[in-house]
Design a protein around this ligand. Structure first.
Ligand SMILES: [Zn+2]
Length: 886
């Protein structure tokens, strides 16, 4: 586990760091010229003044602070001390829009503390503090970036898998002594389902006392409330869902994002057909010709990316591979994109077909497809060309905000994507796509295989130095699975010993290289073991994975978040920019843990995987779900083109994953512009800061890569983690709890509806209820292990008996077990008799043969494919339900 040598509060106590002004401003230091760091004097004077225990600010005039990030949904309090009359104006701002101002006045003859409370509107992103005084003293300003809530509950907002880890974080601004009791209320049954004592997890980096309520053992699907009995009040969570479908749902949700990013076609509700003509290959010579045009090419298709309308497709290979994993692992057969294909497969075709268009004849790939601008310096008239330009507006309008924009300005260059690792990544993606579509499209399979081999040829000629890169394992193996050619498989087997030999003493694999993630080659090898469970090097691969995971352990932040920190391979604990994004990193770590946990059956690794996913889905200091539409609380706005989206002015795109919770100073206080992805330990923010830095000035800083910008690689990483987790839990599954359909009547009240609740509970059956007097007493017989007829059932009082009869007879055809509680009630037997013949969904069935026979529970008989039981009493029902579970 990794620990920082300085707590977060110390890091942001640093008065030299101007971003800290509002957080902790005790006016102890000044610049060389004596001015107060981080404060701009608007009027009058502001100077350091002595105070008995240090320094304060003496203000005669007006000063304004730098900006401070705010999480808009919580109350805030700004505290400090002052002497004299001090007016404070808190200016609340959204992105580049001024929202409103809160005004406070402090007056005292001597030093007195003050506390100014305010609640920003939901779209607020940041604040600035303006102070006004005529000779007053002020000191020790403090605004806590996480707001002023006494207690908070942080959970994975998408819910929990019944077999998964369920650890919810409780936090407090103050320490709370003694044991704290929690209980989990089952809202469907109205009773406490589990309870326990919170595990204390200490004071977190973000300055909160934390505990964990662990209800992993609650494996029952349902909706729950967590209640925590603090000394002064009961703190209650939002509804917490436990459900089997959680990982499949999240996978589908995130796959949807790729669909919404499709370019070249209309995406209803998002944009009209866009970028539907050719693009130009242009020379970026700096002349008056706007760049010489060399070639026109059809590059229609693919996906937009990164919150704009360009196609930065260097991550598409990764997205495509991740989609193929989803297709391979999960049965996601929903068809809604307009193809007669399952959506995920349709998306795989969409991506791979685009790769065919952007591949050059020699096997390399053209560069990204984007806008083209010619700039002119207004002072000198000097003109220069740039292929770094962005489509910001709705794509069918196809214009940009630049000074001069060439018509038909979609541009690409011939060479940007000819570097060996990108070519290898794309070639691998084509191989995985070929394997994936083998069953459904013979022609496409061979087209993808041949395209992949064209790039292989390019690499073998021009890049022998990467001939042992781990991507080759996936490439050759998937080509083998696509074609059945054994020689491709032997290429895989030749590669593995060399890759394993690369592992360092400490378990790491040296500096990662390549586009996808730095957890190679372990994931590649583990995927191979899943495909080839009897591989002769299986044990060696698993041992290598175990050693790598031991190494990863040194970068885990520890309880309660259990987050894996972004780091180098060289120097454990050194946070770094050497990876491709923040939530991608976190999801990649989840992927490794999930794969290893699945193969070895080690639940603690699955738990680690889930802790990473929980961070992304809301169990983070902001309590914000970072996957659009996956949780309850989301960022107030998103970066990039969807801000113009007619569907959502906040810029949310279903399934979008933002870059992540990052630190403030990576954008503008460091000299080194490459340090922008470090994460997390300085003060974390969730906002865009576009207006802080001129947008075109991206050479100066990487302000464009904001914390709420969507990047495709986060989606790819999340897909990998989800497909691995979903598959792991399917394999480790404990048997599903069987479900009964209970038929009853409420003509005389709801007594009979609940009559068998305790019994079902004891036998561990779930139950759905259908009343005989409901207008449409329909049930889907495929959903139930048994249909139980209660004592009050009257056979469908108001409904057309025939439609209910069809359902009942269908269940007989399907062989669903029926159990009747009232053994001596002739009305029930007569009803059963009546519904046992007649129309079924396709055709008609006759009266069943045979009759009642005695059984251990009462009487039994066959009706078509079903066994029907008449049980003597509740005890007979109990025994039978237990028997049926076996
Ligand atoms: Zn487009």
């Amino acid at each position: 586990m990794h620990t920082y040598d300085r707590p977060l509060s110390k890091l942001f106590d640093d008065p030299d760091d101007p971003v800290n002004v509002l957080v902790n401003c005790s006016f102890e230091l000044t610049d060389e010229d004596g001015s107060l760091i981080g404060w701009r004097v608007l009027d009058g004077t502001a100077q350091q003044a002595p105070r008995e225990d240090g320094k304060a600010m003496r203000l005669s005039g007006r000063v304004i602070s730098n900006r401070f990030e705010m999480n808009a949904r919580v109350p805030y309090e700004l505290t400090g001390e002052a002497r004299g009359r001090l007016v404070g104006l808190v200016h609340i701002i959204e992105h580049d829009r001024y929202l409103r101002c809160e005004r406070f006045v402090h007056q005292s003859d001597d030093w007195e503390p003050f506390s100014w409370d305010f609640h920003p509107p939901p779209n607020a992103e940041r604040a600035e503090l303006e102070l006004l005084a005529e000779d007053a003293l002020v000191d020790n300003l403090y605004l806590d970036g996480l707001g002023a809530e006494e207690y908070g509950i942080l959970d994975c907002q998408a819910g929990y898998h019944p077999r998964g880890t369920k650890r919810v974080i409780i936090r407090s601004r103050k320490p709370v002594p003694g044991d704290i009791r929690w209980e989990l209320l089952d809202t469907l049954r109205g009773r406490t389902h589990a309870q326990g004592i919170l595990e204390p997890t200490g004071r977190s980096l973000w300055g909160r006392w934390t505990w964990v309520a662990d209800f992993t053992e609650c494996e029952r699907e349902g909706y729950y409330l967590l209640r925590v009995h603090m000394p002064d009040r009961v703190v209650e969570s939002a509804p917490i869902r436990i459900w089997n479908g959680v990982y499949r749902h999240l996978t589908y949700l995130v796959a949807k994002y790729s669909y919404l990013q499709r370019c070249g076609v209309e995406i209803p509700g998002y944009h009209k057909p866009c970028h539907t003509n050719d693009a130009l290959c242009r020379i970026t010579d700096q002349n008056e010709d706007y760049g010489e045009i060399e070639e026109y090419r059809d590059v229609i298709g693919g996906w937009h990316d990164a919150g704009d309308y360009n196609k930065w497709f260097h991550y598409y290979g990764y997205v495509l591979e991740a989609l193929t994993l989803v297709h391979k692992r999960l049965d996601l057969n929903r068809v809604s994109y307009g193809d007669p294909l399952p959506d995920v497969l349709s998306e795989i075709f969409w991506g791979a077909d685009f790769f065919l268009k952007v591949q050059n004849p020699d096997g390399s790939f053209i560069g990204p497809i984007h806008g083209w601008f010619t700039h002119r310096d207004p002072e000198t008239g000097r003109r220069w060309n740039s292929n770094w330009a962005i489509f910001w507006e709705m794509p069918h309008e196809d214009s940009g905000g630049g000074e001069v924009m060439h018509p038909r300005s979609r541009n690409f260059d011939y060479h940007s994507h000819d570097s060996p690792l990108i070519v290898l990544d794309f070639a691998t993606a084509l191989a995985t796509a070929a394997r994936c579509v083998r069953e459904v499209d013979h022609r496409r399979t061979w087209t993808y295989v041949n395209a992949s081999l064209r790039s292989v040829n390019y690499l073998e000629k021009l890049a022998p130095e990467i001939s042992s890169h781990p991507y080759w394992v996936t490439l050759w193996y998937d080509l083998y699975r696509a074609t059945g050619r054994a020689e491709y498989k032997s290429r895989v087997d030749e590669l593995i010993p060399g890759i394993l030999a690369e592992q360092a003493e400490d378990g790491s694999f040296g500096n990662p290289s390549g586009l996808k993630h730095p957890f190679h080659p372990v994931t590649v090898l583990l995927e191979l073991v899943i495909d080839e469970p009897d591989h002769p090097l299986r044990d060696d691969i698993i041992r290598a994975a175990e050693r790598k995971l031991d190494w990863m352990d040194t970068h885990i932040m520890g309880e309660p978040y259990d987050l894996m920190l972004q780091c180098t391979e060289d120097d454990p604990g050194d946070v770094t920019s050497r990876s491709f994004g923040r939530n991608a990193w976190i999801a990649n770590a989840a992927y490794v843990y999930a794969l290893a946990g699945r193969i070895t059956g080690r639940r603690e690794w699955l738990r680690r995987a889930e802790a990473q996913i929980a961070w992304i889905l809301g169990r983070n200091p902001h309590g914000v779900c970072q996957v659009v539409d996956a949780g309850r609380v989301h960022p107030g706005r998103y970066h990039g083109w969807p801000n113009w989206n007619e569907n959502d002015l906040h810029g949310s795109l279903t399934g979008g994953i933002i870059n992540g919770i990052t630190i403030v100073d990576d954008h503008y206080t460091r000299d080194d512009a490459t340090s922008w992805t470090t994460m997390p330990p300085l003060f974390p923010i969730l906002s865009v800061r576009r207006e802080d830095i001129p947008y075109s000035d991206h050479l100066l800083v990487n302000a464009r890569h904001d914390s709420n910008e969507y990047w495709s690689l986060h989606h790819a990483a999340f897909h990998q983690a989800m497909s691995a987790l979903a598959a792991a839990y399917r394999e480790l599954d404990v048997p599903e709890r069987p479900k009964a359909c209970y038929l009853y009547s409420n003509a005389d009240g709801y007594g009979d509806a609940r009559a068998c609740d305790e019994l079902f509970e004891r036998c561990e059956w779930d139950v759905d209820r259908v009343a005989s007097d409901s207008r449409y007493p329909h049930f889907d017989p495929r959903a139930y292990g048994a249909v139980v007829v209660g004592r009050s059932w009257r056979g469908g009082d108001y409904v057309d008996a025939e439609s209910l009869g069809i359902t009942v007879r269908h269940s007989f055809q399907l062989g669903v077990t029926w159990i009747l509680l009232p053994p001596d009630d002739p009305a029930s037997i007569e009803w059963l008799d009546r519904v046992s013949s007649g129309l079924v969904p396709y055709g008609e069935i006759d009266q069943p043969e045979g009759g009642w026979e005695p059984s251990d529970y009462g009487k039994t008989r066959k009706i078509h494919g079903s066994t029907v039981h008449l049980v003597e009493d509740e005890d007979g029902l109990r025994q039978l339900l237990i028997k049926l579970k076996e």
